[in-house]
Design a binder for this molecule. Sequence first.
Ligand code: HEC
Ligand code: HEC
Ligand code: HEC
Ligand code: HEC
Ligand code: HEC
Ligand code: HEC
Length: 387
Amino acid sequence: MCFTCHDAVGTGSTFTTAGELVGIPANDATTDQWYSHPVTSSTGHTSDALNEFGGVLNRHSTCTDCHDAHNATAGQPSESASGWTASGAIRGASSVVVINQAGSAPVYALIQGPTSIDATGALTGGSPAAYEYQLCFKCHSGFTVLPQHNSGAIASHPSWWELDKGVEFDPLNAKSFHPIEAQGTNQTAAMAASLSGSSPYKLWNFTTTDTIRCTNCHAGPSTPVLGTTPDALLPVHASQQRGILIAPYRDRVLMSATEPYNAANFELCYLCHAEAPFVDRSGNARADTNYRFHGVHITGISGMGSGGTDIDTAGDGQGNAICAECHFRLHSTALAFQAGDRANTGLVNFAPDVQPFNGVLKWTQTGAASGSCTLTCHGVQHDGWTY
Ligand code: HEC
Ligand code: HEC
Ligand code: HEC
Ligand code: HEC
Ligand code: HEC
Ligand code: HEC
């Protein structure tokens, strides 16, 4: 019904939503490769006026799970210290409020969408979501039941797991996170320089006190409305990139022994972060990173290690490093892979291919721009190596 107007050619609206789904790779749940929200499968949908997701596994996402067509407006989202507000496009869809509490898991409450509009255009019988992420949390947090990852091939591939976004982005408990609900915990000058510096793909200049949107990273890149301001419409419908990512990000297949550094592998990061630290092989201190060996690892260790190229296999690694080997789980360190790493700052969390050295797998921050690593990676034993 929606595609009557929102078709690929714009028959009834300037928004050609059906066109966003054309030529998108097929989803594959068994290997957790999602390129689009499953909008054309109506399995499990009843009505957005009901609480369809609270406390149950009910995986679906039709148009009206995210939109209330009666109440949608052209309103732009805006930034606040507690997150980006919901835009007019998602106005009125039911969502969830998260109540974070220091020391324990967040609790949630459903925000029921409005049931009608009065003569002045005001919504009645419910209230619209205040923040964009509150819509996402309806289906991607502990409010609902998430897909299990304890059996089959999924179990042995932590990079395929779907995790609790309410826990990951909880600013009261996560030590380090991309700033969705509150400003981030890294207020260093190097962090600020990473965000203000240039790159071949630079799109946005955020600061360390800004919040960002889920849709800055998860949206279709080829829609006509993608602009150069973070408040442009960023529909989360579909993308050529796995994970419905707005730009390419290589995070499952490690580099081969002979593969040279290629900025395009990390285009997603470079939409916001400076490239310079990653191409400086000198190991000298830099003002735009607290980790002066970024460049050494990203461009200067090809040929090291004899393992394979699967990030989920212990001992793999033979070429230059990828971001995800040290920053596994990009949202935050709340669910860091290694036990005991919950308190990590710096968004540092080693991927499953990285092994312990003498039973210890650890990164320790020892001061501004200094730390130490105990681990074995790409065949190289790091015995408390410092920077
Ligand atoms: C009869 C034609 C028609 C149908 C059917 C239709 N729409 Fe729309 N829709 C429009 C028009 C017109 C606009 C305003 C934007 C524009 O000028 O093209 C719009 C705008 C929107 C917007 C964006 C609001 C904004 O400006 O950000 C959303 C979201 C939306 N529609 C969702 C839906 C959904 C979901 C359905 C199915 C339940 C639907 N529409 C069915 C014509 C239609
Ligand atoms: C009505 C439920 C619903 C809402 C609301 C929702 N999603 Fe989803 N999302 C799904 C379903 C269902 C899938 C398919 C995979 C699954 O079953 O988890 C999915 C898949 C995804 C994926 C790919 C998952 C993967 O494992 O690669 C991303 C990324 C995503 N959604 C982001 C978002 C963001 C960002 C928002 C908010 C703007 C959002 N979603 C809102 C239901 C929803
Ligand atoms: C800074 C970029 C960034 C931001 C911001 C971000 N994500 Fe992600 N997200 C990623 C990347 C990268 C992946 C891994 C995708 C892959 O490899 O398939 C991912 C994976 C996911 C997945 C699938 C795997 C999982 O852990 O469940 C979902 C669902 C998801 N994101 C939802 C969200 C939601 C909801 C928000 C906001 C509350 C959000 N993301 C904010 C970058 C981001
Ligand atoms: C998982 C949630 C989700 C689902 C499912 C979903 N949308 Fe959207 N849609 C969004 C978000 C988020 C935006 C962007 C809001 C923003 O950037 O302000 C958006 C934007 C839009 C817009 C305006 C911008 C554009 O480029 O399209 C239209 C129209 C629209 N959606 C229609 C639809 C239709 C029709 C369907 C079903 C085929 C659908 N949506 C399914 C979340 C969703
Ligand atoms: C939409 C913008 C955006 C994108 C895209 C993005 N980041 Fe970030 N990132 C930020 C912001 C803003 C901060 C600052 C958070 C803070 O000050 O604590 C940040 C901080 C970080 C941090 C440090 C966190 C800490 O607590 O020390 C790391 C590591 C990081 N990002 C890695 C990445 C990687 C890897 C990618 C690519 C997959 C990426 N980012 C993509 C905006 C972005
Ligand atoms: C070999 C491990 C390793 C790899 C690979 C790696 N990082 Fe880091 N990164 C770190 C460490 C360690 C820190 C924390 C430094 C500190 O605070 O002492 C860090 C910090 C950061 C920060 C915070 C600002 C700063 O530079 O201090 C950003 C942003 C970042 N990394 C992005 C990336 C991106 C993007 C990639 C891939 C292009 C990447 N990292 C690859 C280890 C790594």
